[in-house]
Every structure is written in C-alpha cells, then in structure tokens.
Design a protein around this ligand. Structure first.
Ligand code: XMP
Length: 506
C-alpha cells in the first residue's frame, strides 16, 4: 500500500469547502486567483515541476495524447522547451514505438542501440532506410557479417559521395576510434576532443557495438543542460506514451524503447479494468504510470491506493469534449482538480489538470487549485508541430483538431474506441463523446509556449509564488459573477489589433 502523509491546511481550503457545502463546483471562468503581497519578479520564478512521482518537468506543460496534437514532432519540440509530450495511441504498437524512438533518438547522451549498417550495404540503400525511418542523423557504425565494428560513416562521407551505388566499406572511415562500453562520460569527452571525433562508438570485448556517444549531446550533458531541455538521465529527451486498458502488449513494446512514463488513457479511470491494468504494469516493471481521467476525490484515492504515480484529472472539460452533455456527468474542472489534489498531497503524487484551458491565465488557476502540471490539447493544436496539414479556408490557415471520442477518431481507430469503452461496437452504433473541427494555424510551438509561460509567470508574480509548489500552496481564490467575467475581458472597445496572447471570443 503506498505511504500516506497528513495534508496541511491550505488558504484555498475554506473557499472550496464553502462551494462544496453548497453542492456547487467551479471551472476556470468562475474563479480568479487573489493577488497578494509579493517580492517575486515574474522573470525570476522557477517553473520546474513533476508529471509523475519520478518524471520531472522544466515547465509544467504536457501535450495531450491526441492524434491531432502529439506525435514525434510535438513531443520533440515540447521536451526541448522543458515540457513533455504523450504520444497518442491511435497508432499500432509498432507505429507508436517508432514515434517514441524518433523522440529518443533526436538527441542522445548515450545512444543505447545505435543504428549500424552492414559493410556491404550500398549508400543508396542506407540513404533510403534513413529517409524511410525519418532519422535526423547521418552517423552509422559499420559492421561486418559477424556484427563486429569495421568502420564508421558520417555526414561528410555522404556529402562527398557522388556515386550512391558504392558500398559502405568503400567510403567509410576504417580506422574508427572506439572506447570500451564502460568508459565514463568525462573520459568519452576527453577522447572525442583529443581525437577530434564527433561520434564515439562503444565496443564490447567481442568487438560488437554496445552504444555510441555524439559530441554535441555529451557537451550538453556535461554542461548541465544549459538549454532547459527536459532530459532523462541518459541525456535523451523525455517522452511518454498513452496505452489502453487491455494493452499489455503495447506496454511491453514501449518499455523496450525506454519511454519515461506510461499514461493509461481512458475517459473513466475509476474502473476495475483500469485498476487491474495499473497493478499489472506496476508489478511487471518500474516505469512510472500516470492514470486518468477522473474528477472525484474518491476515484483519485482508489488510483493512488492501486499504485498510480500520477493522476490525470478532467472528465469533459476539453474544448472538443461532449461527454458532459452526452452522458450528463463530470465535475467542472477547477473543483475537480482541487478535490483530487487533496489525495495528491496525502500520497505525494502529482496531479495533471487535463483539458479545458483556454488562456494562459488558466494555467496558474489550474496549478493554484492543486495541479502540478497542465495537459493541453486545443491550446497546442494548430501549431506547426501538431500532426496534419495546414488547410486554407475563408482566407485563413487552419489545422484540424478533433476529440479522441469523435466519430472520425473512433471509426478509424481502436485506441479511440477503447478510450470510450466502445471497442466492440460496430461503426454505425458508435456514441460520440467529442467533435471534429479546425483550429486557426498558430505557427511555431516555441512562440506559443513563450506566451503561455509569460502568463503563468505573471500570475505567480501577482500571487507572490516563487515556484510551482508555492503557487499550489499559497493560492487562494474568489468566485466571480458573469459581470466579473465580462469585466475581466477587454470591453467597450473595438479591438483592431489582437495581441499574441489574446484572441477575441475566448
Ligand atoms: P482541451 O481543452 O485542451 O482538452 O482541448 C484536451 C483533453 O480533452 C480530452 N479529450 C476528450 N474528452 N471527448 C472527451 O470528452 C473527446 O472526444 C476527447 N478527446 C480528448 C483529453 O483528456 C485531452 O487531453
């Protein structure tokens, strides 16, 4: 049974207890944070947080496990910005594993299993393989038929090779510098600088390749990650993957590829099947498992007792969700986060507030209510890095965004039907819990996240919270009326120029 600790009373408790006593629940537009005495400058705040017990974040933003939000491009970019991407599961296990690998291979402190090529392969075949698997790198150790290293090919070799029908052994560097598998990172760096080598294969006693280091990544790890990337212990970008309730085969494949965290992704996690899947994974391996979604304290408690390393909260707040109106269930999101965060405080596991955020100001509200991170779908959809093409309509650029419980997503994907408990349902009998639509094209993710974090930092400055944990602890709320909401938005003006962080109609 996971250990519990006593939860200390927090300033917001009184507010939420009163609301609960009235049988009410609130969401983002119903509340604002109280401002207070502050010595905190927004640009000095620390945004580090946790997605799960052992998975750290440099910024508290996680991209949603949705097929129009997170594949490798989003996961790479958001991890480079310090957050985390959860690769969706509307993919075969093999395709999902490939997406994970693209994130893990993007940067490499230690490349565990470098992609090697046979000495007899033609350059044409190697380039084709590289393109097909979408590898971003050009460095390949070359091995003979016994699997022993005989050379290395790097970008220069490809760049200066005009005849692609030659074989690897004809253009490779034969006097390849290698190091023993157990060489330390500092020693690796020394060898690379002394020998002026940008890649250093590690080799076992039998001459077989047992890993590889790349100079720029070694430097990044040794210089303590000045870039703010969200990296694992090996210096690779962190990435998570969604799995379903009957997906044990998928988790086995993903663990082999070193995902950092598995997310059991369902519309209703307080069920026997989710809890037994959670227990099964926890008894099978050490990986962190985040489970969702729930919106009630008792549900969060059951998941925590079953060994969840993080809990995802949100039933129906999402911008593409129709669960609340179709099924008539679900707590408004700020109250749901608050209720579940009590469990998080007792069990020492983080809450991720999933869905319903519309503006950057909703991030400090979600964290103030008790979340350690927020998961975004709609606020990240429509960026350059989200899956799908840009389309032109009515003179503007758009990208598609759809609910995982929409007819379109469920008709074509078992993963989506499973999320909504309709895996055995025929196409014509599907009950949708989401809609399909378009989001205005937003451009590059880094510009979008910059604005979101700007809002969060300013919120922390107003509250006087120097880091995410103090925002969770210090925050206090007030309820606002619809007049208060109107007053919060620009009013009595015809806006002629929208700022990058505010769209009319939000
Ligand atoms: P936002 O508001 O960020 O919400 O667009 C994203 C979150 O919504 C959930 N999700 C759904 N919920 N029907 C639902 O009721 C759906 O079709 C659906 N698709 C996604 C999911 O938790 C996501 O992270």
């Amino acid at each position: 049974m996971p250990k519990k600790q006593n939860r200390t009373k927090l300033p917001k408790d009184k507010f939420f207890e009163k609301i609960e006593a009235l049988g009410e629940a609130l969401t983002f537009d119903d509340v604002r944070l109280k401002s207070g005495y502050s010595e905190v400058m927004p640009d000095d705040v620390n945004l580090e947080s946790k997605f799960s017990r052992n998975i750290l974040l440099k910024i508290p933003i996680v991209s949603a496990a949705m097929d129009t939000v997170t594949e490798h491009k989003m996961a790479i970019e958001i991890a480079k910005l310090g957050g985390l991407g959860i690769i969706h599961k509307n993919l075969t296990p093999e395709m999902q594993v490939q997406e994970v690998c693209k994130v893990k291979y993007y940067l490499n402190g230690l490349i565990d299993k470098p992609i090697c090529v046979n000495h007899n392969e033609t350059i044409e075949a190697i380039l084709k393989m590289r393109e097909k698997r979408e590898y971003g790198f050009h460095t390949f150790p070359v091995i003979n038929d016994n699997g022993e290293i005989v050379g290395i090919i790097t970008r220069n070799d490809f760049d200066f090779c005009d005849n692609h029908s030659v074989r690897a052994w004809e253009i490779m560097t034969k006097s390849v510098i290698t190091a023993d598998s157990k060489t330390s990172l500092e020693e690796v760096y020394k060898i690379m600088t002394q020998k002026k080598k940008k890649a250093l294969p590690l080799v076992d006693k039998k001459g077989k390749v047992d890993g590889m280091y790349v100079l720029k990544d070694v430097k990044r790890v040794l210089l303590k990650n000045p870039s703010g990337y969200n990296l694992d212990k090996k210096g690779q970008l962190r990435v998570g993957a969604a799995i379903g309730v009957n997906d044990f085969d998928r988790i086995e494949k993903l663990i082999g590829k070193h995902i950092d965290v598995a997310v059991i992704d369902t519309a209703h996690a307080d069920t026997k099947s989710v809890i037994s899947m959670l227990k099964k994974i926890k008894s099978y391996c050490k990986i962190d498992v985040v489970v969702g979604n729930v919106s009630e304290l008792e549900s969060a408690k059951r998941l925590a007792d079953a060994g969840a390393d993080g809990i995802k909260v949100g039933q129906g707040p999402g911008s593409i969700c129709t669960t609340r109106v179709i099924a008539g269930i679900g707590s408004p999101q700020v109250s749901a986060v608050y209720k579940c965060s009590k469990v998080a405080d007792e069990y020492g596991i983080p809450i991720c507030a999933d869905g319903g955020l519309k503006n950057s100001g909703d991030i400090p509200i979600a964290i103030g209510a008790g979340a350690s991170s927020v998961m975004m779908g709609g606020m990240l959809a429509g960026t350059k890095e989200s899956p799908g093409e840009v389309v032109f309509k009515e003179g503007r650029q758009w990208k598609s965004y759809r609910g995982m419980g929409s007819i379109g997503a469920m008709e074509t994907n078992k993963g989506s039907r499973e999320r909504y408990g309709q895996v055995a349902t025929g196409k014509s009998e599907l009950i949708a819990e989401g809609v399909e639509g378009l989001k205005a094209y937003k451009g590059e993710l880094k510009e979008v996240i910059f604005q979101y974090l700007g809002g969060l930092k300013r919120g922390m400055g107003y509250v006087g919270a120097e880091d995410i944990e103090s925002l969770r602890r210090k925050a206090d709320f007030m309820k606002i009326t619809s007049a208060g909401k109107d007053e919060s938005h620009p009013h009595d003006i015809l806006i002629t120029k929208e700022p990058p962080n505010y769209q009319v109609g939000n």
